[in-house]
Write a protein that binds this ligand. Structure first.
Ligand SMILES: Cc1ncc(COP(=O)(O)O)c(C=O)c1O
Length: 367
């Protein structure tokens, strides 16, 4: 684990130096960190929650978990008992510590998507598990699987898994007693309209959360990455076991963040605005990327544009750095991404337009 770079900001540090040498202002589309302001309704709730002398509830406050239940019902018609919800300090810590807190270890297989956010593998490897990258269930054959990760809309591809696919995975996993965890941290960052399908939706899990967990986050949906707040929700036995262990090791969401999160979950207005903002930015960048001769793949939703210049990811990110634009090399997310790059849509409209203009003028034929 120690030998591998697991964070994209660390990975692109040398590219950042190369981009700085270009003499142009560096525009970072490599990292997916939000830059729009945190919604005023959230800031107001946080400002009213600064007096927290005691420890916050490890489970998440009752009012926060109620707000989550209302939200999951509005979004997917899911009937969530607030006892089945767990507040987390952002979703990354939950993802990284899950195999360990479940007591998994050497001999246990954790399945991750072929192109995936690296923390699924980081957490599995920290616990000593064996990581298998596979998108198809048939590719797994008869081997025993302990935990299977899904991610929709996906990082880095922006691919949305349809309800039928989620339902198929759930029934496959239930037959084999495999825990399925669906990371849906970008669920609402879709084109304006309904969210991406969730594993919690009745049409997917039939109103039964046995053997499933959903992971949600407010980092991107509500531009609250600095508040460190997210959720896990699903199988009541798994949630209860994780709650005890997380409390034991002090993994809790901060009190003011819990109050701010309640306000964020109750508000749909800022989410609709974010959907429009990201749809506009996606269209501007996709246009420029295509003009330059790159091909866009997937990229229906989420925070990223996934594209290929038909050459290696390293070559592509270097050429982009020469015009002061940072992108993440696709190979970082899995071998299948070695001829793709990931552009983040989190820059301001002005920066994104500037980056798009520079990208549109790249000729991929001369080096
Ligand atoms: C797919 C995916 N899951 C989880 C996270 C973690 O987000 P956070 O810890 O801010 O909730 C990220 C962050 O980039 C991500 O891309």
């Amino acid at each position: 684990v120690a030998d591998r770079v697991w964070s994209v900001s660390e990975l692109i540090a040398s590219l950042r130096e190369e981009a700085a040498r270009s003499g142009r202002r560096v525009i970072d589309l490599g990292q997916g960190t939000p830059t729009d302001p945190t919604p005023a309704v959230v800031q107001a709730a946080a400002a009213a929650a600064t007096d927290w002398p005691g420890y916050p509830p490890a489970h998440g406050s009752a009012s926060l978990r109620d707000a989550y239940s209302r939200w999951a019902h509005r979004r997917w018609g899911a009937a969530v008992d607030p006892a089945q919800v767990l507040a987390t300090a952002g979703s990354k810590e939950f993802i990284a510590t899950l195999p360990w807190l479940l007591g998994l270890g050497p001999g246990d297989v954790v399945v991750v998507p072929e192109l995936a956010y690296p923390t699924y593998a980081a957490g599995a490897e920290l616990a000593g598990c064996r990581v298998v990258a596979a998108d198809s269930l048939t590719a797994l054959g008869p081997q025993r699987v302990a935990l299977l990760w899904l991610n929709t809309p996906g990082n880095p591809t922006g691919r949305v898994l349809p309800e039928e696919h989620l339902a198929k995975v759930v029934s496959w996993a239930r037959e084999r007693k495999v825990l399925v965890v669906s990371d849906e941290c970008y669920a609402e960052l879709t084109p304006p309209g309904p969210p991406a399908p969730s594993i919690l939706a009745p049409r997917v899990c039939r109103g039964d959360f046995t053997g499933i967990l959903a992971v949600h986050s407010l980092s991107k949906r509500s531009t609250m990455a600095g508040y460190r707040i997210g959720f896990a929700c699903g199988d009541p036995d798994v949630v209860a076991r994780l709650l005890t262990r997380r409390r034991d090791v002090g993994l809790l969401a901060a009190g003011p963040s819990q109050d701010a999160a309640r306000a964020a979950l109750d508000d749909d207005v800022h989410v609709r605005r974010a959907q429009r903002d990201y749809a506009r930015r996606r269209a501007v960048l996709a246009d420029a990327v295509r003009t330059s001769g790159m091909a866009v793949a997937d990229s229906q939703a989420g925070l990223f544009l996934w594209a290929s210049a038909g050459r290696s990811d390293r070559d592509t990110v270097r050429r982009l750095a020469q015009v002061g634009v940072l992108a993440a090399p696709g190979g970082f997310y899995g071998a299948a991404g070695r001829s793709h790059v990931r552009f983040s849509l989190t820059a301001s409209d002005a920066d994104l337009a500037d980056a798009a203009d520079r990208v549109a003028h790249i000729s991929w034929h001369d080096r």
